[in-house]
Ligand binder design. Structure first.
Ligand code: 6SG
Length: 250
Protein backbone atom coordinates (compact mmCIF):
# COMPACT_ATOMS: atom_id res chain seq x y z
CA UNK A 1 0.00 0.00 0.00
CA UNK A 2 1.54 3.30 -1.04
CA UNK A 3 1.30 7.04 -0.72
CA UNK A 4 -1.96 8.63 0.29
CA UNK A 5 -3.46 5.27 1.16
CA UNK A 6 -1.17 5.06 4.17
CA UNK A 7 -4.04 6.12 6.36
CA UNK A 8 -6.25 3.22 5.38
CA UNK A 9 -6.72 -0.30 6.63
CA UNK A 10 -3.20 -1.42 6.99
CA UNK A 11 -1.90 -3.48 9.86
CA UNK A 12 1.64 -2.75 10.76
CA UNK A 13 3.84 -4.13 13.50
CA UNK A 14 6.66 -2.05 14.86
CA UNK A 15 9.22 -3.78 17.00
CA UNK A 16 12.29 -1.55 17.01
CA UNK A 17 12.35 1.78 18.76
CA UNK A 18 13.91 3.56 15.82
CA UNK A 19 11.81 2.36 12.91
CA UNK A 20 9.49 4.73 11.20
CA UNK A 21 7.43 4.01 8.15
CA UNK A 22 7.96 6.63 5.50
CA UNK A 23 6.08 6.65 2.25
CA UNK A 24 5.73 9.23 -0.47
CA UNK A 25 3.34 10.28 -3.19
CA UNK A 26 4.67 12.89 -5.61
CA UNK A 27 5.57 15.92 -3.50
CA UNK A 28 3.71 14.82 -0.42
CA UNK A 29 4.78 12.39 2.22
CA UNK A 30 2.90 10.62 4.92
CA UNK A 31 4.89 10.08 8.06
CA UNK A 32 3.73 7.94 10.88
CA UNK A 33 4.52 8.90 14.44
CA UNK A 34 4.31 5.52 16.03
CA UNK A 35 4.22 3.64 19.23
CA UNK A 36 6.96 1.05 18.86
CA UNK A 37 5.47 -1.21 21.51
CA UNK A 38 2.05 -1.69 19.98
CA UNK A 39 0.35 -2.99 16.91
CA UNK A 40 -1.49 -0.38 14.89
CA UNK A 41 -4.17 -0.16 12.37
CA UNK A 42 -2.70 2.83 10.59
CA UNK A 43 -5.88 4.81 10.42
CA UNK A 44 -4.37 8.17 11.29
CA UNK A 45 -6.98 10.31 12.98
CA UNK A 46 -4.84 13.40 12.68
CA UNK A 47 -3.23 15.13 9.71
CA UNK A 48 -0.55 17.80 9.87
CA UNK A 49 0.42 19.96 6.90
CA UNK A 50 3.70 21.76 7.45
CA UNK A 51 7.20 22.35 6.14
CA UNK A 52 9.86 19.65 6.64
CA UNK A 53 11.13 21.25 9.84
CA UNK A 54 10.49 20.66 13.51
CA UNK A 55 9.69 24.36 13.82
CA UNK A 56 6.38 24.92 15.54
CA UNK A 57 5.29 21.30 15.51
CA UNK A 58 7.83 19.48 17.69
CA UNK A 59 5.66 19.64 20.79
CA UNK A 60 2.59 18.47 18.91
CA UNK A 61 4.45 15.45 17.54
CA UNK A 62 5.77 14.60 20.98
CA UNK A 63 2.30 14.78 22.48
CA UNK A 64 0.85 12.53 19.82
CA UNK A 65 3.70 10.06 20.14
CA UNK A 66 3.28 10.00 23.91
CA UNK A 67 -0.42 9.23 23.53
CA UNK A 68 0.28 6.50 20.98
CA UNK A 69 -1.57 8.45 18.30
CA UNK A 70 -0.96 8.25 14.59
CA UNK A 71 -0.15 11.34 12.57
CA UNK A 72 -0.33 11.66 8.82
CA UNK A 73 2.11 14.31 7.74
CA UNK A 74 1.86 16.29 4.50
CA UNK A 75 5.19 17.94 3.92
CA UNK A 76 5.16 21.17 1.93
CA UNK A 77 8.40 22.21 0.25
CA UNK A 78 9.48 25.85 0.31
CA UNK A 79 9.27 25.78 -3.48
CA UNK A 80 5.62 24.68 -3.36
CA UNK A 81 4.95 27.31 -0.73
CA UNK A 82 6.54 29.98 -2.90
CA UNK A 83 4.05 29.23 -5.68
CA UNK A 84 1.38 30.74 -3.46
CA UNK A 85 -1.59 28.43 -3.93
CA UNK A 86 -1.17 26.62 -0.62
CA UNK A 87 -0.61 29.91 1.22
CA UNK A 88 -3.79 31.31 -0.37
CA UNK A 89 -5.71 28.27 0.89
CA UNK A 90 -4.61 28.77 4.51
CA UNK A 91 -6.92 30.80 6.75
CA UNK A 92 -4.16 33.16 7.94
CA UNK A 93 -1.77 32.48 5.06
CA UNK A 94 0.49 30.34 7.23
CA UNK A 95 1.30 26.78 8.20
CA UNK A 96 0.99 24.54 10.21
CA UNK A 97 -2.47 23.28 9.42
CA UNK A 98 -3.91 20.49 11.54
CA UNK A 99 -6.92 18.32 10.80
CA UNK A 100 -8.85 16.16 13.22
CA UNK A 101 -11.63 14.71 11.12
CA UNK A 102 -13.76 17.66 9.98
CA UNK A 103 -12.05 20.07 12.34
CA UNK A 104 -9.43 22.20 10.60
CA UNK A 105 -7.11 24.20 12.84
CA UNK A 106 -4.47 26.81 12.17
CA UNK A 107 -2.25 28.24 14.94
CA UNK A 108 0.14 25.80 16.59
CA UNK A 109 -0.89 26.70 20.14
CA UNK A 110 -4.57 26.10 19.35
CA UNK A 111 -3.50 22.64 18.17
CA UNK A 112 -1.68 21.97 21.44
CA UNK A 113 -4.74 23.09 23.41
CA UNK A 114 -7.03 20.91 21.32
CA UNK A 115 -4.88 17.85 21.93
CA UNK A 116 -4.49 18.77 25.59
CA UNK A 117 -8.28 18.89 25.95
CA UNK A 118 -8.81 15.63 24.11
CA UNK A 119 -6.04 13.63 25.71
CA UNK A 120 -6.12 14.81 29.32
CA UNK A 121 -3.19 17.22 29.25
CA UNK A 122 -5.06 20.40 30.19
CA UNK A 123 -5.18 20.18 34.00
CA UNK A 124 -7.75 18.73 36.38
CA UNK A 125 -9.90 21.82 36.80
CA UNK A 126 -10.45 25.34 35.45
CA UNK A 127 -7.81 26.91 37.70
CA UNK A 128 -5.16 24.44 36.57
CA UNK A 129 -6.23 24.99 32.94
CA UNK A 130 -5.81 28.75 33.34
CA UNK A 131 -2.37 28.34 34.88
CA UNK A 132 -1.40 25.99 32.06
CA UNK A 133 -2.56 28.69 29.60
CA UNK A 134 -0.41 31.24 31.42
CA UNK A 135 2.66 29.02 31.26
CA UNK A 136 2.10 28.14 27.62
CA UNK A 137 1.69 31.81 26.69
CA UNK A 138 5.06 32.45 28.30
CA UNK A 139 6.62 29.55 26.38
CA UNK A 140 5.20 31.17 23.24
CA UNK A 141 6.73 34.56 24.16
CA UNK A 142 10.11 32.90 24.55
CA UNK A 143 9.69 30.88 21.35
CA UNK A 144 8.97 34.09 19.44
CA UNK A 145 12.22 35.62 20.74
CA UNK A 146 14.06 32.48 19.64
CA UNK A 147 12.44 32.51 16.18
CA UNK A 148 13.27 36.21 15.74
CA UNK A 149 16.91 35.54 16.62
CA UNK A 150 17.11 32.49 14.31
CA UNK A 151 15.46 34.08 11.28
CA UNK A 152 16.39 37.74 11.61
CA UNK A 153 19.56 38.17 13.60
CA UNK A 154 21.37 34.88 14.02
CA UNK A 155 24.83 36.25 13.20
CA UNK A 156 24.51 39.43 15.24
CA UNK A 157 22.13 38.33 18.00
CA UNK A 158 22.96 34.74 18.89
CA UNK A 159 25.52 35.51 21.60
CA UNK A 160 23.29 38.12 23.25
CA UNK A 161 20.38 35.68 23.16
CA UNK A 162 22.44 32.99 24.91
CA UNK A 163 23.70 35.52 27.44
CA UNK A 164 20.18 36.60 28.31
CA UNK A 165 18.80 33.06 28.39
CA UNK A 166 19.22 32.60 32.18
CA UNK A 167 16.96 35.63 32.75
CA UNK A 168 14.37 34.13 30.43
CA UNK A 169 14.56 30.68 32.02
CA UNK A 170 14.47 31.80 35.65
CA UNK A 171 10.66 32.06 36.01
CA UNK A 172 10.16 28.59 34.50
CA UNK A 173 12.77 27.16 36.85
CA UNK A 174 11.08 28.85 39.82
CA UNK A 175 7.64 27.46 38.94
CA UNK A 176 8.98 23.97 38.39
CA UNK A 177 11.02 24.00 41.59
CA UNK A 178 7.99 25.19 43.58
CA UNK A 179 5.65 22.63 42.07
CA UNK A 180 7.24 19.46 43.36
CA UNK A 181 5.53 17.18 40.81
CA UNK A 182 8.13 17.98 38.13
CA UNK A 183 5.43 19.49 35.90
CA UNK A 184 4.61 23.15 35.38
CA UNK A 185 1.09 22.85 36.78
CA UNK A 186 -0.57 20.24 39.00
CA UNK A 187 0.65 16.68 39.18
CA UNK A 188 0.33 15.58 35.58
CA UNK A 189 1.94 16.49 32.30
CA UNK A 190 0.23 19.21 30.27
CA UNK A 191 0.63 20.57 26.76
CA UNK A 192 2.66 23.44 28.23
CA UNK A 193 5.23 20.94 29.55
CA UNK A 194 5.61 19.37 26.12
CA UNK A 195 5.92 22.82 24.58
CA UNK A 196 8.56 23.96 27.07
CA UNK A 197 10.40 20.65 26.66
CA UNK A 198 10.52 21.11 22.89
CA UNK A 199 11.85 24.66 23.18
CA UNK A 200 14.46 23.63 25.76
CA UNK A 201 15.73 20.95 23.36
CA UNK A 202 16.28 23.73 20.82
CA UNK A 203 18.10 25.81 23.42
CA UNK A 204 20.37 22.90 24.26
CA UNK A 205 21.33 22.69 20.58
CA UNK A 206 22.02 26.44 20.63
CA UNK A 207 24.05 26.26 23.84
CA UNK A 208 24.70 22.81 25.31
CA UNK A 209 25.39 24.15 28.82
CA UNK A 210 22.37 26.48 29.03
CA UNK A 211 20.54 24.33 31.62
CA UNK A 212 23.55 23.68 33.85
CA UNK A 213 22.35 26.04 36.56
CA UNK A 214 18.68 25.09 36.20
CA UNK A 215 18.20 21.70 37.89
CA UNK A 216 14.41 21.69 37.66
CA UNK A 217 14.44 22.48 33.94
CA UNK A 218 17.15 19.91 33.38
CA UNK A 219 15.04 17.36 35.21
CA UNK A 220 11.98 18.22 33.08
CA UNK A 221 14.06 17.67 29.95
CA UNK A 222 15.60 14.42 31.17
CA UNK A 223 12.33 12.96 32.44
CA UNK A 224 10.30 13.94 29.38
CA UNK A 225 12.98 12.62 27.02
CA UNK A 226 12.93 9.33 28.94
CA UNK A 227 9.18 8.73 28.49
CA UNK A 228 9.34 5.59 26.36
CA UNK A 229 7.28 6.76 23.39
CA UNK A 230 8.95 10.18 23.34
CA UNK A 231 12.34 8.49 23.57
CA UNK A 232 11.38 6.38 20.54
CA UNK A 233 10.32 9.46 18.60
CA UNK A 234 13.50 11.36 19.49
CA UNK A 235 15.57 8.36 18.35
CA UNK A 236 13.60 7.86 15.16
CA UNK A 237 15.75 8.74 12.13
CA UNK A 238 13.03 10.61 10.32
CA UNK A 239 12.44 12.89 13.28
CA UNK A 240 16.12 13.29 14.10
CA UNK A 241 17.00 14.29 10.56
CA UNK A 242 14.33 16.96 10.31
CA UNK A 243 15.99 20.36 10.74
CA UNK A 244 14.82 22.53 13.62
CA UNK A 245 14.37 25.63 11.49
CA UNK A 246 13.66 26.48 7.87
CA UNK A 247 16.85 28.47 7.25
CA UNK A 248 19.28 25.79 8.44
CA UNK A 249 20.28 27.73 11.57
CA UNK A 250 20.00 26.24 15.03
C1 6SG B 1 6.55 29.83 9.65
O1 6SG B 1 4.88 31.57 11.62
O2 6SG B 1 9.26 26.96 9.23
N1 6SG B 1 4.24 29.86 10.20
C2 6SG B 1 5.24 30.02 9.32
N2 6SG B 1 5.66 30.90 7.14
C3 6SG B 1 5.35 31.11 5.78
O3 6SG B 1 4.48 32.71 4.32
N3 6SG B 1 1.15 31.86 14.93
C4 6SG B 1 1.36 30.84 13.93
C5 6SG B 1 1.36 29.47 14.59
O4 6SG B 1 1.72 29.38 15.76
C6 6SG B 1 2.69 31.08 13.29
C7 6SG B 1 2.84 30.30 12.06
C8 6SG B 1 4.25 30.33 11.51
O5 6SG B 1 0.98 28.48 13.95
S1 6SG B 1 6.94 28.55 10.77
C9 6SG B 1 4.82 30.24 7.93
O6 6SG B 1 3.75 29.82 7.56
C10 6SG B 1 4.70 32.42 5.52
O7 6SG B 1 4.38 33.17 6.46
C11 6SG B 1 8.69 28.64 10.81
C12 6SG B 1 9.25 28.12 9.51
N4 6SG B 1 9.71 29.03 8.69
C13 6SG B 1 10.30 28.64 7.39
C14 6SG B 1 9.52 29.28 6.31
C15 6SG B 1 9.06 28.63 5.17
C16 6SG B 1 8.48 29.54 4.24
C17 6SG B 1 8.55 30.80 4.86
C18 6SG B 1 9.16 30.61 6.18
C19 6SG B 1 12.38 29.38 4.64
C20 6SG B 1 12.36 30.66 5.17
C21 6SG B 1 11.86 31.48 4.22
C22 6SG B 1 11.53 30.74 3.10
C23 6SG B 1 11.86 29.47 3.35
FE1 6SG B 1 10.38 30.10 4.69
Amino acid sequence: MQGASVTHQKLRVYKGASRAHFTSLQEQRALTVFNPLKIYYTMAPYTLTYFAVKGRCGALKMMLADYGQQLKENLVTFEQWGQGDIKASCLFGQLPKFEDGDLVLYQSNAMLRHLGRKHGAYGKNDCEASRIDMMNDSVEDLRLKYIKMIYQEYETGKEAFIKDLPNQLKPFEAILAKNKSGFLVGDQISFADYNLFDLLLNFKVLSSSCLDSFPALKSLVDKTAARPKIKALLECDTFKKMPINGNGKQ
